[in-house]
Write a new protein. Structure first.
Lengths: 317, 281
């Protein structure tokens, strides 16, 4: 099995910021909007380099989504930036009507998603965002796993015509995706080959899934790890091909069990290839303050819990 | 024929279309549609520099109009069809299955003239600001117009947008508020009193104009003035007094016809008051 090395420790949001600056240089149609979180979203470099194409809207996310929709009328590709909570639940109707239903080419870029936001607590730890966004017809939903993938995804969505929700996070985490793993929207990445259980992981939990697979191997269980970075449209082929081989599944995500990756994988399997699934997700509860790693452990989202889930899936197979 | 008289004739036909569309669908919003008919007529047949025969979503080099209070879609659809965006015959499909004329305006079915969906209130001014910003980036000197209802001003997003437009000097934008002083549950003064709209918008750094939205001469004169106020560092808003149900006597002076369709007998009575000038669809 391929050994994924930690290249460095970086936050995913910095990957977004770097790519946005690059887009500013390469694509004059790219514009950016921020609701008073320019530093947190790492949008300062773009704002400094392209002041005419940067719109500071203040703490007014609903207005930001509407302005973004309007900027597409005139040929621009707006990237909105704020925390995941304020990018989704706070402005769901604006996104639904002015962006999704109106088929506007807006890129909703959301940082500080999930429990790993940490100390700020449950008000800011959105765990429902992917579910809400994937329910909107025509919306592409992506959750990246590290700095490199976030950078690649940010560049990729600029080339994609249509509304996109791009979710990433706050903490510094292992940056491990080698550059030869090309990012294509909707195309899952096969990280580890295995025969006993398929682990489908998204976001920060991809690294934990790789750690889990290493430990499972030592214990005699061959786990396949697939990075489903795009939850919608989901890569049905990759899921089915893997489960045809392994026969059982673990899904791992930093999201509510309701509406997340597990639901999406479960739907694919129920319609095509019923198989036992174990869910590593937040079990229908709100988060709380704490350090990111403490929270992942407390809410059952770390490698230890992925290992336990994999063993259980194997016994059910 | 003087311009205003010609426009009045078109307005009469649009009012007939509104009544017939809403009757044909057994649903819809005739009150506000009839109240804003004169404005739609002036905009689509005289004021807007636009290209109905060749609709372009980006509207580059053209004036762009957004309807924020999407429920008065009958007036919007009739003005679009009568000015050449799509065949007039299509008005008969309003609110029917597989129609491009959805209950509230939408882009999904590809109806020419619609640039964004509206219906859930309060979103149009933000979208208009975005389109106005795009025009500035494109060095496009044309204008963006946005019509809102006065009841719609209850929505917080409108004031987020107003704060932005004023402080960021979005001066290629003309907002129009249909101040008929009525909303679904009753007079605005009872449901959610608006106070002084002039003072409110002036506080948000808008240039504020007022007009009688059922007086064609006043509409033409005021919008011409509004256009001359653009490019001067502040957005423009026109507070437009209208009479809900204008042109149909039994629909005027009440909020009851906000969202109710007339029956056969009422339709006949209404149409008897509205001259057929361009031929019914």
């Amino acid at each position: 099995m391929r050994n994924f090395e930690i290249i460095n420790i970086k936050d995913t949001r910095s990957g977004f910021g770097e790519a946005l600056l690059e887009l500013g240089k390469t694509n004059p149609k790219v514009v950016a909007l921020c609701a008073d979180l320019t530093g947190s979203l790492k949008m300062d470099a773009f704002a400094d380099a392209f002041p005419d194409r940067f719109f500071q809207v203040g703490i007014a996310e609903a207005n930001m989504m509407g302005i973004a929709a309007g900027l597409t009328i005139g040929g621009y590709i707006p990237f909105t930036g704020t925390f995941a909570n304020f990018s989704t639940s706070r402005v769901y109707d604006q996104i639904r009507q002015s962006i999704a239903y109106s088929q506007k080419n807006v890129k909703i870029c959301a940082s500080h998603a999930g429990l790993t936001l940490g100390e700020d607590g449950a008000t800011h730890q959105t765990l429902e965002d992917m579910g809400m966004m994937k329910m909107l017809p025509g919306m592409t939903v992506i959750n990246t796993c590290d700095f490199n993938q976030t950078k690649q995804a940010t560049l990729a969505i600029a080339k994609h015509e249509g509304p996109v929700y791009l979710r990433f996070g706050r903490p510094k985490v292992p940056n491990f995706m080698p550059e030869d793993f090309e990012f294509t929207i909707g195309k899952a990445l096969h990280l580890v080959e295995g025969t006993d259980v398929s682990i489908f992981a998204i976001g920060h939990l991809v690294w934990h899934a790789l750690e889990a697979a290493k430990e499972l191997k030592k214990q005699g269980i061959s786990a396949e790890v697939i990075n489903i970075h795009t939850i919608k449209p989901i890569d049905e082929k990759a899921i089915l091909k893997s489960v045809e081989k392994t026969g059982c599944v673990v899904t791992a995500e930093e999201h509510q069990i309701n509406g997340g990756l597990g639901d999406s994988v479960g739907q694919v399997l129920a319609r095509n290839l019923p198989a036992p699934i174990e869910y590593v997700a937040v079990m229908d509860r709100f988060g709380e303050s704490g350090k990111p790693e403490e929270l992942l452990e407390a809410y059952g989202l770390d490698a230890v819990h992925i290992i336990a889930a994999a063993k259980k899936a194997v016994t059910r197979n | 024929m003087p311009k205003a008289d010609e426009l009045k004739k078109i307005a009469s036909q649009i009012r007939r279309d509104i009544v017939r569309m809403v009757h044909g669908a057994s649903s819809g919003h005739p009150g506000g549609s009839l109240g804003c008919t004169d404005l739609f007529t002036a905009l689509f047949f005289e004021i807007l520099d636009h290209n109905p025969k060749n609709f372009d979503m980006n509207g580059t080099g053209q004036d762009i109009f957004f309807l924020s209070n999407g429920h008065i879609s009958p007036a919007f659809y009739s003005a679009l069809a009568r000015s050449g965006y799509f065949p007039v015959s299509e008005l008969g499909t309003f609110r029917k299955i597989h129609s491009r004329l959805q209950g509230h305006p939408a882009t999904m079915e590809g109806l020419p003239g619609i640039r964004v969906a509206s219906g859930s209130l309060g979103q149009g001014l933000s979208v208009s600001i975005g389109a106005a910003n795009a025009k500035k980036l494109n060095n496009d000197p044309k204008l963006v117009f946005c019509l809102m209802g006065d009841g719609e001003l209850n929505e917080g997003q409108v004031w987020e947008a107003a704060m932005y437009a004023g402080s960021k000097k979005v001066d290629n934008l003309i907002a129009i508020v249909d101040h008929n002083q009525k909303q679904i549950d009753g007079p605005t003064d009872e449901v959610m009193p608006l106070g002084s709209l002039r003072a409110k918008f002036e506080a948000f750094e808008f240039k504020v104009l007022e007009m009688d939205g059922n007086d064609m001469d006043d509409i033409m004169e005021t919008i011409t003035r509004a256009k001359s106020e653009t490019g001067k560092g502040c957005p423009v808003v026109i507070i437009m007094k209208t009479e809900m149900g204008m042109g149909v006597d039994f629909m005027m002076g009440t909020h009851k016809w906000h969202g109710v369709a007339p029956d056969d007998e009422q339709t006949e009575k209404a149409l008897a008051q509205l001259e057929e000038t361009l031929g019914d669809y």
